[in-house]
Design a protein around this ligand. Structure first.
Ligand code: ADP
Ligand code: MG
Length: 678
């Protein structure tokens, strides 16, 4: 980049070592870092409220003249109060400042100021405590508001930012090639930086924002594209074409059209010279495992091996059962490698993988970490994408001799977003459920109806079905939350005493979990009381009722995933959401769940209601942290940035041309430092 901008922050007037330490806490080390610390919001001095119209309790901007300054009043030791009377001609206001003669001195008699603060007091005696003060003749009518850290105030940050722009503004580097700026009508970087911090007017702000959002999304896209290009520089097992019909016809059901398409996509990918990098994205119950089995079939019939990694032991065991059921009749040997095995058994599985006795080995992510011992591993399938971030994908892309990779994700996200988050992967979408599925009927009720809900559960169990009760993770200090243990006990003694109830939570040893899950699958248990450990992919078609306690504590998409544990067979299924939070947003959110079972729609609504911060925060997509772009709102820019990225990488896939040097640096920076850990 540029040496002036890369100077440590202490290079600026007014920033000494002490302040630099505070800045470091915010991740600001250099002048450039500071410039990239964009405002969180703005105060618009153009929207002034006449004092006579002001409402007590509200944050207000007023434009006033100081008419009187009262002498300092010492209330007690260490507490003095300064007061000034100001007016805007419509009414008076008393400004109250505690302990700061410095702030008070800012207000000069007979001069005009903008004050920003909360109006308190009464209609006859309005007050404003410690307002923000701007001179009326400021040429900056829109003032930035920054994310701060203790010890640095808005005013200090604004001052430092002004200095940074004044001292280094002219060194601001233009990373975009001219043709991109022209084609997408973008302003210059320097203009953008100046106006994002101190907008001249609304247009200045909007122009700047558009440019910086574009930059950020473009860089993200380019980074993904780079990962993709790099992963294609390596040869992989290039497999022969094998007709899939035999596999399709051997299944107990007819695959949906999109399942078949996804399977054939995989088969096609694996015939290429470079490794497959495919994501199968499908709503809960869309049948991703069958697609995985198809891909494994293809690899194995080519004389190669497949590894399937699941996030939990329970899931690994389930996938093992399913794959075994699908593949063993076709002469493919499947093995399970789990923590529950004895050392001797583990060694036997590893040996079998090594000498090629096993075609498919299923296990948890951890079990595979240090066992590279396969005879001819051509395909690695990973279940549950959201634990597998960009960083891991980038690392994998650097490795030679990489196997083909297939990732299964049950997190439905809007298509454009998926392209963004998984820009380095090819995507197959399963957007059609297998025939005969009945949508899960969903009801939201308050705790008053809990007994009724249990009666409902009983009705399902009486008919030979099974069910789940889900409680949020136990936090023992939080007594209001349903504690799974006492909860299960209550059920056993009360409403459901005639039924076999199992208890599943994260603190159980994995063998114990395994056992309980296996018992539930074998219908040795009727009801499973559980924390969210059942969230990921458990498949018991006979389960038809689910009750979710404290439903408001979960994200919508998560609730949808949980709900996906029922309605997997041909029986009619129900889901009861219990919540005592009847706030408007909660009701609105839960209503969405009762009204649709389309996971993509739900995630879109979730994104709208919660904002991308929350959405991406707890989903852990492992994306770089974005400073200014908001993926739920900047869709238009997102599309443009994608388009630009495609054009740039078509000409210069590794970003080696001189005109793309600036962009390459930004990509490296974003992907090096900016990745959220997961
Ligand atoms: P998910 O996509 O949530 O991982 P699974 O792969 O666990 O879904 O499949 C859910 C259930 O649907 C399983 O019992 C599976 O055998 C069944 N299934 C998958 N594909 C079909 C199909 N095309 N027709 C009928 N049932 C299917
Ligand atoms: Mg699954």
């Amino acid at each position: 980049m540029n040496s002036e901008l890369d100077k440590p922050i202490t290079y600026l007037k007014g920033v000494g070592p002490k302040r630099a330490e505070l800045y470091a806490k915010m991740g600001v080390f250099t002048v450039y870092d500071l410039l990239c610390h964009y405002p969180r919001s703005y105060i618009d001095l153009n929207t002034v409220t006449p004092l006579s119209d002001s409402v007590t309790g509200e944050q207000t901007v007023v434009k006033v003249t100081v008419v009187k300054k009262l002498p300092e009043a010492r209330i007690r030791k260490g507490l003095s109060v300064f007061k000034a009377v100001v007016t805007d001609g419509t009414a008076d206001l008393t400004v109250v400042i505690y302990n700061s003669s410095f702030l008070f001195a800012q207000l000069e008699l007979d001069k005009e100021y903008y004050l920003i603060g909360r109006i308190t007091g009464t209609l006859i005696r309005r007050e404003m405590n410690s307002p923000l003060v701007f001179k009326a003749d400021t040429d900056c009518k829109v003032q930035p508001v920054y994310r701060l850290t203790e010890g640095i105030s808005q005013n200090v940050l604004r001052g430092n930012m002004k200095n940074a722009l004044a001292a280094c503004g002219k060194y601001i580097y233009e990373p975009l090639p001219q043709w991109v700026k022209t084609q997408y009508q973008l302003c210059a970087e320097e203009y953008a930086m100046n106006n994002i911090h101190f907008p001249k007017d609304t247009i200045g702000y909007e122009t700047a924002k558009k440019r910086l959002v574009f930059d950020e999304l473009l860089v993200l896209q380019l980074g993904m594209s780079l990962i993709r290009t790099k992963s294609r520089q390596y040869a992989s097992f290039s497999l022969k074409n094998i007709p899939m019909q035999t596999f399709f016809e051997s299944l107990p059901f007819e695959l949906t059209a999109c399942q078949k398409k996804a399977a054939l996509d995989c088969a096609e990918d694996m015939q290429k010279q470079f490794p497959m990098n495919r994501l199968v994205q499908g709503d809960v119950g869309s049948g991703k495992t069958a697609v995985a089995a198809a891909a494994a079939y293809f690899a194995c019939k080519n004389g190669c091996q497949t590894a399937l990694m699941a996030p939990t032991e329970v899931l690994a065991a389930q996938h093992y059962d399913t794959l075994k059921g699908f593949l063993e009749p076709l002469g493919i040997k499947v093995a399970l490698l789990t923590g529950a095995l004895t050392q001797k058994q583990k060694n036997a599985v590893r040996e079998g993988a090594q000498n090629g006795d096993f075609d498919v080995v299923v296990g948890t992510h951890t079990l595979f970490q240090n066992s590279t011992g396969f005879k001819k591993l051509a395909l690695v399938i990973t279940d549950e994408q959201h634990r597998f971030g960009v960083r891991q994908r980038a690392t994998l892309a650097q490795k030679g001799g990489a196997p083909h990779k297939l990732v299964m994700s049950a997190t439905p996200i809007p298509r454009t977003l998926a392209m963004m988050i998984y820009g380095d992967l090819d995507i197959s979408v399963l957007d059609e459920l297998p025939k005969g599925r009945q949508p899960v009927k969903t009801y939201a009720v308050t705790g008053k109806l809990r007994e009724r809900a249990f009666a409902y559960v009983k009705k399902h169990l009486e008919q030979g079905r099974q069910g789940y009760v889900v409680c949020p993770m136990i936090d023992e200090s939080d007594m209001e939350l349903a504690d799974v243990k006492s909860y299960a006990k209550k059920l056993k003694e009360g409403a459901l005493k005639d039924y076999r109830i199992g208890l599943l939570h994260g603190k159980l040893a994995s063998e114990k979990k395994e056992k309980i899950m296996a018992d539930f699958k074998a219908h040795k248990l009727d009801l499973l009381v559980s924390t969210t450990v059942i969230e990921v992919g458990v498949d018991v078609p006979n389960a038809t009722i689910m009750v979710i306690e404290n439903a408001d504590r979960f994200g919508l998409s998560q609730l949808h995933q949980l709900r996906g544990r029922v309605g997997r067979g041909s029986f009619e299924s129900d889901c009861v959401l219990i919540t005592d939070n009847v706030s408007e947003t909660t009701v609105k959110r839960l209503k969405i769940l009762s009204s649709t079972t389309d996971g993509f729609k739900i995630s879109e609504e979730d994104l709208k209601l919660r904002g991308p911060g929350d959405f991406f925060g707890d989903r852990q997509h492992g994306l770089p942290k974005l400073r200014i772009a908001d993926m739920s709102q900047d869709m238009d820019v997102l599309k443009k940035a994608r388009h630009a990225a495609e054009m740039i990488t078509q000409q210069d896939p590794l970003l080696e041309n001189a005109e793309n040097k600036g962009l390459k640096e930004l990509v490296d920076k974003l992907f090096e430092e900016g990745l959220t850990d997961n």
